[in-house]
Each structure stands twice: as C-alpha cells, then as structure tokens.
Design a protein around this ligand. Structure first.
Ligand SMILES: Cc1cc2nc3c(=O)[nH]c(=O)nc-3n(C[C@H](O)[C@H](O)[C@H](O)COP(=O)(O)OP(=O)(O)OC[C@H]3O[C@@H](n4cnc5c(N)ncnc54)[C@H](O)[C@@H]3O)c2cc1C
Length: 366
C-alpha cells in the first residue's frame, strides 16, 4: 500500500517508522521547512517504549534519555507516593524532543519525508484517497493518516465542527537548561496551591528540564519568565524549591516555551473509508497526565498490528479505531480525576491509579 502521513511530528514519524518495515510505501508530508520538535523533553512510558522496540529502534530511543522515578511533593518538600503501587508505575524515560524526532526522521529516511508540504484536505474514493496540498498539488494514496496535531486539517475535513478548544485558561511553561547543583533526583511533580504544578528533572547528562503549569492561570503580565516565576512561587514552601526559582530566573527569555493548552473534543469516529486520525489529531489532551505523546505512540503500535493482521483495509481501520476510542474514554476519565485534585496526597493516589492502569492494560482497549 502507499500510505501518506500528514504531519512529521512525534506520532507521524513514529507511525512511519512502525509501518515502513511492513513493506508499505510511506510518504510523510510535513508543513514545516524542517523536522523539528516544539517542546523541551517528553516523558515516554514503557508502553510507548515497547512500540519502539517492536519497530526495531527501542535501544536507540532509550539511549537518548534518562529514567525518571516519579515522586510527588507538597510545597513543603514532603515526598509522597500512593500505597499499593510499585516503582514500575512511577517510571518513565525523559527524552529530549528534538533529538527524538531527528532519530525517528533518520529511521524513516529523508527520501520518504516531504518538507514544506501542507495538507489542506482530501477526497476519498472507492479505490484511493487523493490528498490536497497547499501549493495546489495532489497526491494519490491507498490510506491517509492524519498525524497533524491538535489543529489537524485532516480532522477538520473528516469531521467538520471538531475544532480544538482552549482548556480554560490552562498554561504551561518549560525549558531545558544546563544542570547545576540541584537535586539529581529532581522534584517532579510538586503540587502547589492555586492549581499550580511543576518541578524539574534531569533530561540528559548535564541538562535539566523545568516545567510549571497552572489551570486558570489568570492575568499574564510581564514576560514569559516573569509569568513562569509567578506560578513557580506557588510551589515554593519554606526552604523548598529555591533551585527551581533560581533556574527559571536564569533561563533566557527566548529559551522558555509557553503553551496555552488546547484540547480535542471527544470525536464520533477516528476513521473514514481510507483515512485514520492518530496522535493529538485524534485525542489532543491536557498535559497534566504527561502521557498524550505516549498514548499517540500506542496508537501507532495498534494501527501497525491492525494493518499487519487484517488484509481488508476497512476492517483494519475498524480494528484500530474501536479499541483506541474505548481506551480514550477511560483516559479522559482518569485525566479529569487527576485534574480536579487539590492536595498532593490525593494527586499521588489518582496519578498512580492512571499510570498503573495505562501500563498494565492492553493498548487494544480497556
Ligand atoms: C507542556 C506539554 C507537556 C507534555 N508532556 C508530555 C509527556 O511528558 N509525555 C507524553 O507522553 N506527552 C506529553 N505531552 C503531549 C505530547 O506533547 C503530544 O501528545 C505529542 O507531541 C503529540 O504528537 P503529534 O505528533 O500527534 O502532534 P504534533 O507534535 O503537534 O505534530 C504534528 C505535526 O504535524 C504538522 N502539521 C500540522 N498541520 C499540518 C498540515 N496541514 N500539513 C502537514 N503537516 C502539518 C506539524 O507541523 C507537526 O510537525 C505534553 C504536551 C504539552 C503541551
């Protein structure tokens, strides 16, 4: 089959890397002029790493980052973990995003990636799907995969009226900075008052990532650094988190990423006759459960299995869509549970319930 993937972000590239070894001809269309990753570091859980293992690049992906042993803290620095959950429920690998996307692009191969190629729509026919490009070009394929992010034009064409919506006034700030004398084990995640969360952790040798987010962030005065610092102060109790405040204060303004969080509403379907949505295009979530990318990588693994084991394309797309939509019904409930907590102990409980469920249930459904 000729498979066109709209979007050369994390999930588009992972999908291309997963499908290419099945013998399909794969073309990635990326609107940007280069493969680059917006973002600092990404936490990849074991369920995502298994997909990379199956694609034959698990060791390379693991080698890019550091294991993080997630702990939860209150603003006084008290460390908390929920009873009844183990170390494996709290461990992910933090990987620098640009290096990950560069690795994936190398694995897909530059001749299979078309840059400055913006997808604007498509026409589904019985025997092909014709992809429309911003420069007026057309590209015929057997299958179009929309991996084009939260504001996906493929989703807009497949499901008009499914526009992504701001998640209230929820903002996130983060940056990667040279490591200093901060605690090597990091302080992720500190749960503070005013619905503020954050901390820092080592992302790779000599580099540390800090992050702060606030639901209902209120007025955004000053520069990005001032705004991040104002939120980080909620995480600082007596003697706790001086290093987070110092780290943010020393980060150059241009190195700070500030995102307003945007969500994709629950969709009535993820597929058409010859089109499938994947990653954030299908289920852009709030990052407070730190697993949207991980679950998008799971999507790629399930789609790979469906296309490998089910010869009929319509059937294969259904056997991708149905279990993934069911799994996301649960993810949305877990996400709401984690979002609404106020105290650190309750956060530790609900987060572990989510991560344990994600890691111990099959990506093929509930
Ligand atoms: C602050 C924050 C922290 C996060 N932390 C984590 C974490 O720790 N762990 C985790 O698992 N997840 C995390 N996530 C979620 C994760 O970042 C996303 O789920 C993931 O990046 C989605 O990847 P994607 O490839 O689906 O979309 P994107 O990364 O958005 O990629 C979409 C790609 O499509 C391209 N594109 C868009 N439109 C077109 C078009 N018309 N034509 C061609 N190309 C197009 C874009 O240029 C882009 O390259 C976090 C998110 C945020 C905001």
């Amino acid at each position: 089959m000729h498979i066109v993937i709209a979007g050369g972000g994390l999930v588009g590239l992972t999908t291309a890397a997963a499908l290419r070894p099945l013998g399909h001809e794969v073309t990635v269309l990326e609107q940007a002029t280069e493969i680059r990753a917006a973002g600092a570091g990404i936490g990849l859980w074991e369920n995502a790493l298994r997909v990379f293992d199956e694609a034959g690049i698990g060791a390379e992906v693991r080698g890019l980052g550091q294991p993080v042993h997630l702990r939860f803290f209150d603003p006084s620095g008290k460390s908390l973990r929920a009873k009844g959950y183990g170390d494996s429920d709290h461990e992910f690998r933090l990987v620098p995003r640009p290096a990950l996307n560069t690795l994936l692009a190398g694995f897909v191969g530059p001749d299979r990636i078309r840059l400055s190629a913006r997808v604007t729509g498509f026409e589904e026919r019985d025997h092909e799907v014709v992809v429309h490009l911003g420069d007026g070009g057309r590209l015929a394929a057997d299958l179009l995969i929309g991996a084009d992010g939260v504001h996906s034009p493929v989703r807009a064409h497949l499901l008009p009226g499914s526009d992504a919506q701001p998640h209230g006034d929820h903002y996130a700030w983060r940056a990667i900075v040279p490591s200093g004398d901060e605690k090597p084990e990091g302080t992720v995640v500190t749960i503070g008052p005013e619905r503020t969360r954050g901390g820092y952790t080592r992302v790779a040798e000599g580099r540390t990532m800090w992050m702060v987010n606030q639901f209902e962030a209120g007025p955004r005065t000053g520069g990005k650094r001032d705004r991040a610092l104002a939120r980080a102060r909620h995480l600082a109790g007596a003697g706790w988190h001086g290093e987070l405040l110092r780290m943010i204060a020393e980060t150059p303004e241009a190195a700070i990423l500030e995102n307003r969080i945007t969500l994709v509403p629950p969709l009535p379907r993820w597929t058409g006759r010859r089109v499938a949505l994947i990653g954030d295009a299908a289920h852009g979530l709030s990052p407070h459960i730190a697993a949207g990318g991980t679950l998008g990588i799971e999507d790629a693994g399930v789609l790979r299995t469906a296309l490998k084991t089910t010869p009929d394309l319509t059937e294969a797309l259904k056997s991708y869509e149905q279990p993934r939509m069911e799994r996301f019904e649960r993810v949305r409930k877990f996400s709401a549970d984690v979002e609404t907590v106020t105290g650190a102990a309750e956060f530790a409980e609900r987060y572990a319930a989510f991560s344990h469920w994600m890691l111990t249930t099959t990506p093929l459904g509930r």
